[in-house]
Design a protein. Structure first.
Length: 472
């Protein structure tokens, strides 16, 4: 990836500096459950550099912690990493405390605590609401949680949601569009102390506050790296059992006609078998995976790999400044206009806390900046429009790609969707909170038949539709 410039609201890869360590008492959840003693520690290893950019150390977290739920959130040009719960003792004890890190000001602050202590909980977001669910509230052998909570960033308050269908930990969660949350995999641990490695996917619909089953994962898997790119999920690595790691990579395409259906396909294996690692989507179909442990115990590594979805290939990327696993992390992509044909995308990844070599829990913060040139994506032009508008797509007729532009004069939750002549939704281009500005999105209809299509924009204060024609 090429660095073109560094903007004030640049991309960051946050990691954490050691102010307190617990070299003998740091437990992985597996060590608690299965009684292993002693750890194999791997030395830092350098790898071939693919990414351009540089690392900068940020301010430390207030206190070391690991196995927290975490999610990134942006409003206009301000970026935050939210951290929910985790273990600050190194001994398998959950906490209620929550924090957020302001990327722009390089500051941490405490926010409203969780209703109950949580660790190894998952987290995701929908609009201005953040969510966390599952994990443990007390040391093993207490059962896993079914608790599910919603955090409102505007009011700094928590609300209880319907319980998860099963008590889960080491699971993954991804928000989709404006009202759906997919909760995938993990380990089911019940009050009767029965344990099941799960391949299930639960789909939560915020509108009717209910769960329904979605397509199962290809294999039972826990503590895996996961990310969402456009309408697909990408998962890699993870735990297959208490003694066996996975290096599999799977891509799951969401059926936009029936969002319960996910078409999972196996892709090229990850170069390492890992768990407790993190992955983040970059522009142009690139997925980055960072850190993790390459044994079922605490063996943090500093490796970073770039996976190219388009050609199904992994490459080595710049390593982390320190080897780490089980950290809090989040990603945000911001688009800046370059010219009529290309945009510059600033990717911000924040990684906080976790376990480093020792093993020790840490509170270091590191910042990585990268700028990527992309084509035909979400252009934000830095002129604030005076009114809402939706432009006619161009070219029109088109084959197979066309560009859709719109303007919003204030921060709004925006949906931009495509429908066929029968009124069936065929694509969702936007479903997120956007700041005031002028936007440009490219739509590719390569897999659709010739005919008339409609695109529709909806915000709380404005809606409009326009017709376009696909000719092949």
């Amino acid at each position: 990836m090429k660095a073109f410039y560094i903007a004030p609201s640049v991309v960051l890869f946050l990691f954490i500096s050691v102010t307190m360590i617990y070299p003998q008492t740091v437990h992985t959840t597996l060590e608690e459950m299965y009684g292993r003693n002693g750890f194999t520690i791997m030395k830092n290893n350098s790898v071939e550099k693919i990414m351009d950019g540089s690392w900068t150390q940020g301010v430390d977290m207030p206190y070391p912690r690991y196995y927290s739920g975490s999610v990134m959130y942006a409003r206009n040009d301000t970026l935050w990493l939210y951290v929910f719960g985790g273990d600050t003792t190194g001994g398998g004890v959950a906490t209620k405390t929550c924090l957020r890190y302001n990327v722009n000001t390089d500051t941490w602050e405490y926010i409203a605590p969780l209703p109950v202590p949580m660790r190894v909980n998952a987290a995701t977001k929908l609009g201005d609401k953040l969510y966390t669910m599952g994990g443990f509230s007390a040391p093993f052998p207490s059962p896993a949680l079914t608790d599910f909570y919603e955090y409102d960033v505007n009011t700094n308050t928590w609300s209880q949601m319907p319980d998860l269908p099963v008590p889960l930990f080491f699971h993954g969660a991804e928000g989709f569009e404006d009202s759906l949350i997919y909760i995938m995999g993990g380990i089911v641990y019940t009050p009767s102390r029965t344990e099941e490695w799960s391949d299930k996917t639960f789909l939560f619909n915020w509108n009717n506050q209910s769960f329904r089953p979605a397509t199962i994962l290809p294999i039972p898997i826990a503590s895996f790296a996961h990310s969402k790119y456009q309408n697909s999920f990408i998962i890699n690595s993870g735990l297959k059992s208490e003694t066996e790691l996975s290096n599999s990579t799977f891509k799951g395409d969401i059926d936009l006609g029936n969002r319960q259906n996910i078409n999972w396909t196996q892709r090229t294996n990850h170069p390492l078998s890992l768990y407790a690692s993190y992955s983040a989507p970059f522009p142009n179909g690139e997925i980055y995976s960072a850190g993790g442990s390459n044994t079922p115990d605490l063996t943090p590594v500093d490796y970073v790999f770039e996976y190219d979805l388009n050609i199904d290939v992994y490459n080595s990327a710049d390593p982390l400044p320190v080897a780490g696993m089980a950290y809090s992390a989040g990603v945000i992509n911001i688009i800046h206009s370059q010219n009529d044909y290309n945009d510059l995308e600033i990717v911000t990844i924040v990684i906080a806390g976790g376990i480093i070599l020792g093993p020790a829990i840490t509170n270091q913060t590191w910042i990585f900046t990268d700028t990527v040139e992309v084509s035909g994506l979400n252009e934000i032009i830095n002129i604030i429009p005076s009114s809402y508008s939706l432009s006619q797509n161009y070219p029109n007729p088109f084959n197979p790609s066309t560009t859709i532009q719109f303007s919003i004069p204030e921060q709004s939750f925006v949906k931009l969707e495509i429908y066929n002549a029968l009124g069936e939704k065929v694509s969702t281009l936007v479903s997120e909170e956007l700041g005031a500005g002028n936007y440009k999105y490219e739509w590719n209809a390569e897999n659709l038949t010739s005919g008339i299509y409609f695109y529709r924009i909806e915000t709380p204060g404005y809606s409009e539709s326009k017709k376009m024609i696909l000719i092949k």
